[in-house]
Design a protein around this ligand. Structure first.
Ligand SMILES: Cc1cc2nc3c(=O)[nH]c(=O)nc-3n(C[C@H](O)[C@H](O)[C@H](O)COP(=O)(O)OP(=O)(O)OC[C@H]3O[C@@H](n4cnc5c(N)ncnc54)[C@H](O)[C@@H]3O)c2cc1C
Length: 493
C-alpha cells in the first residue's frame, strides 16, 4: 500500500516523494509530545503539484497534512496520511511593496524579517521560533509573540491567501475578492449567525482556538481570507499569502524590572500598560532558574517592557515616566536603547521555551496542555494565584512565563508521563483551569493553537451554537475530513 501510494505520487508530482522508514520517522514528530507515522512525505515544487496531490488524495480517500518547520507545540503537523513539506521549494518571496509582502508559505519568518528589515519594514508577529518557523505555520496557528501586545497576531496582518482545497480546486480569498463560489457559500452560512458570533467569542486580545469566525464576519465587513488564520490546515492548503507590513520604528528602548513575586507584577501591570508599551514580557523564577546563563536564581519574576516610536523624545519620556511610577514596587535591573543590548536581553526571554523543553528527565517533563491561556489583564492577579495554589496543592513543580501584557501566560506543570495517575491529574487540571479561564471571558489558546492536544476542549470554549457552525464550515470546505484530520474537529464528533 505504502509503496503504491508513493509511486503514484512520484508519477503525478514534480517534487520529491519519500516513503522510506527514516524520512517517515523524521516527520513523525514535531515540538509536541505526540508521534504519528506518515504514509509518505512530498516536497511540492509549486501549487500545481499541490493541486494534483490533493486531487489524488481526494479520489483515494487519503489524509493530507501540511508541514512547515514542525515547531507546532500541540501536534498540528502530525498525520498518518500524506505530509506536504512546504519548506524545500515553496519558500520564496513573490513581491515586496511599500505596505505589503506576498510570499510562499514555506519561507522561514527570520528570512522574511531579514529581507523586510533591509527595506526598513517588518511583519510584527514574532514567535520566539522565528529563526526556523515558517509563515505557513504562523498563519495556520495564528502565531504571535512578544510584540503581540503592541501590534497584534498574524491574523491582523493577513490580507489575502491563495489556497488549494481538499478536492484540488484552487481559490484566492481577500476582502476584495469574496465572490467565488465557496466564499459566497461561506457568507451565506455565517450571515444568519452574526449575533451569535459577536457574542460567543472571548473578549481578549489574542485567540487561536477553533476557527476565528469573529474575524471573518463582523460589523466592519466580510474577510474570508482570515478564515485560514488559525485553521491548522484543516480547510485547505495555503500556497501563497499577502501580509500588511509596517515601517520599523526608528527608536526602541527596553526596561528590565525585577519583582519579588509575580502577583505584585500582575497588580502593577495596569500602570505599565498605561504608557502604551509595545511589549510586556515575563519570566517567572521557575523559568529563570532553567536559563543556562542564570548567574543568580532569584525568587520573583522579571518583566521586559519595550517602548517603540519614531519620536525619540516620546520613547524616552514614556520609559522614564513608567520607571518612576512603578519604582516603589520593583527594582530596575537594566535599561537599554542600543540594538546589541536589546538583542541580548530579548534572546534571554525568547530562549525560555527552548530551555524549558530541555529539562526532561526520564519520563518527567514539562507538559504543554494548559500552556497558552489568555485572560483579561484585570483578572491576572486572581488567575496567577489560582494556578500557583493548584500547583502547590498537587505538589507539582512547574514553569511559568509569557506575554503578561496581553494576559497570555505560558505555564507547564512537570509531570511523570509514565504514571497513569499523573497523566490523569494533568487532564483534571486542564478541566479546572480551562473552566476558570472560560468563565472569566478568556481563551484556552492565545497563539499556539489546538492541535491534537486541545481539540477536545474547543467545544468547551465555544459551546453548542458556535460549534455547530464549525461543523457546517468543515462540511463546506472539507466534507470528507481529509485535510489534517483530528485537528480542530474530530470526525467522530
Ligand atoms: C521553542 C519554541 C518557541 C515558540 N515560540 C512561539 C511564540 O513565541 N509564539 C507563537 O505564536 N508560537 C511559538 N511557537 C510555536 C510555533 O513555533 C509556531 O506556532 C509556528 O508558527 C509554527 O510554524 P511551523 O512552520 O513550525 O509550522 P508547523 O508546526 O510545521 O505546522 C503548524 C500548522 O500549520 C499548518 N501548515 C503549515 N503550512 C501550511 C500551509 N501551507 N497551508 C496550510 N496549513 C499549513 C500545519 O498543517 C500545522 O497545522 C514556539 C515553538 C517552539 C518550539
Amino acid at each position: 500500500m505504502t509503496e503504491s501510494v508513493a509511486d503514484d505520487l512520484r508519477r503525478i508530482a514534480k517534487g520529491e516523494v519519500f516513503d522510506d522508514e527514516w524520512s517517515r520517522e523524521i516527520y513523525s514528530v514535531d515540538a509536541s509530545h505526540y508521534s504519528l507515522l506518515p504514509l509518505a512525505v512530498v516536497n511540492p515544487m509549486d501549487k500545481y503539484d499541490i493541486q494534483k496531490i490533493c486531487q489524488y488524495s481526494f479520489t483515494n480517500n487519503l489524509p493530507i497534512t501540511a508541514r512547515g518547520a514542525g515547531t507546532g507545540l500541540l501536534g498540528q503537523s502530525l498525520s498518518n496520511g500524506v505530509v506536504i513539506d512546504f519548506t524545500k521549494h515553496m519558500n520564496q518571496i513573490i513581491e515586496i511593496e511599500d505596505d505589503y509582502v506576498v510570499a510562499e508559505p514555506g519561507i522561514v519568518k527570520g528570512v522574511l524579517d531579514r529581507e523586510l528589515g533591509r527595506r526598513g519594514k517588518f511583519l510584527p508577529p514574532d514567535p520566539a521560533s522565528s529563526n526556523y518557523c515558517t509563515i505557513g505555520g504562523m498563519i495556520a496557528n495564528n502565531s504571535s509573540g512578544p510584540h503581540g501586545l503592541g501590534y497584534g497576531s498574524t491574523i491582523d496582518f493577513l490580507d489575502a491567501v491563495s489556497v488549494v482545497y481538499a478536492d484540488g480546486s484552487y481559490g484566492f480569498l481577500s476582502e476584495q475578492n469574496s465572490c467565488e463560489e465557496r466564499t459566497t457559500h461561506l457568507l451565506k452560512l455565517l450571515s444568519p449567525y452574526l449575533n451569535v458570533i459577536q457574542s460567543g467569542y472571548p473578549q481578549v486580545k489574542k485567540n487561536s482556538c477553533g476557527y476565528r469566525l469573529d474575524a471573518v464576519l463582523n460589523d466592519r465587513g466580510f474577510y474570508p481570507h482570515k478564515l485560514f488564520a488559525g485553521s491548522e490546515g484543516t480547510l485547505g492548503l495555503v500556497t501563497s499569502a499577502k501580509f500588511k507590513i509596517l515601517d520599523l520604528p526608528l527608536y526602541r528602548n527596553l526596561l528590565v524590572l525585577a519583582f519579588e513575586d509575580l502577583i505584585t507584577a500582575t497588580i502593577v501591570l495596569p500602570n505599565i500598560l498605561s504608557f502604551s508599551p509595545a511589549a510586556v514580557e515575563m519570566l517567572d523564577h521557575t523559568a529563570i532558574s532553567r536559563q543556562n546563563n542564570a548567574a543568580a536564581r532569584p525568587a520573583g519574576c522579571l518583566l521586559f517592557v519595550e517602548f517603540a516610536n519614531d519620536d525619540l523624545r516620546d520613547v524616552e519620556r514614556r520609559l522614564s515616566l513608567c520607571k518612576d511610577k512603578i519604582a516603589p514596587y520593583c527594582t530596575t535591573i537594566e535599561t537599554a536603547n542600543d540594538q546589541r543590548s536589546m538583542d541580548r536581553i530579548w534572546a534571554a526571554r525568547k530562549g525560555a521555551l527552548n530551555n524549558i523543553m530541555r529539562i526532561t528527565v526520564g519520563s518527567r517533563r514539562p507538559i504543554g496542555l494548559i500552556e497558552d491561556t489568555v485572560v483579561k489583564t484585570s483578572f491576572l492577579p486572581d488567575y496567577v494565584l489560582y494556578l500557583q495554589t493548584l500547583y502547590l496543592e498537587n505538589k507539582l513543580d512547574y514553569v511559568m512565563y509569557g506575554h503578561l501584557g496581553d494576559g497570555n501566560l505560558h505555564t507547564r506543570p512537570i509531570i511523570d508521563i509514565s504514571s497513569p495517575s499523573e497523566v490523569q491529574l494533568i487532564e483534571s487540571l486542564a478541566d479546572r483551569v480551562f473552566n476558570k479561564v472560560i468563565k472569566n471571558g478568556g481563551t484556552i489558546s492565545g497563539e499556539h493553537g489546538d492541535g491534537l492536544a486541545r481539540v477536545a476542549y474547543i467545544y468547551m470554549l465555544y459551546g453548542e451554537a458556535i460549534f455547530r457552525i464549525f461543523l457546517q464550515l468543515k462540511q463546506l470546505f472539507d466534507p470528507t475530513y481529509l485535510m489534517n484530520p483530528g485537528k480542530k474537529i474530530a470526525k467522530s464528533r
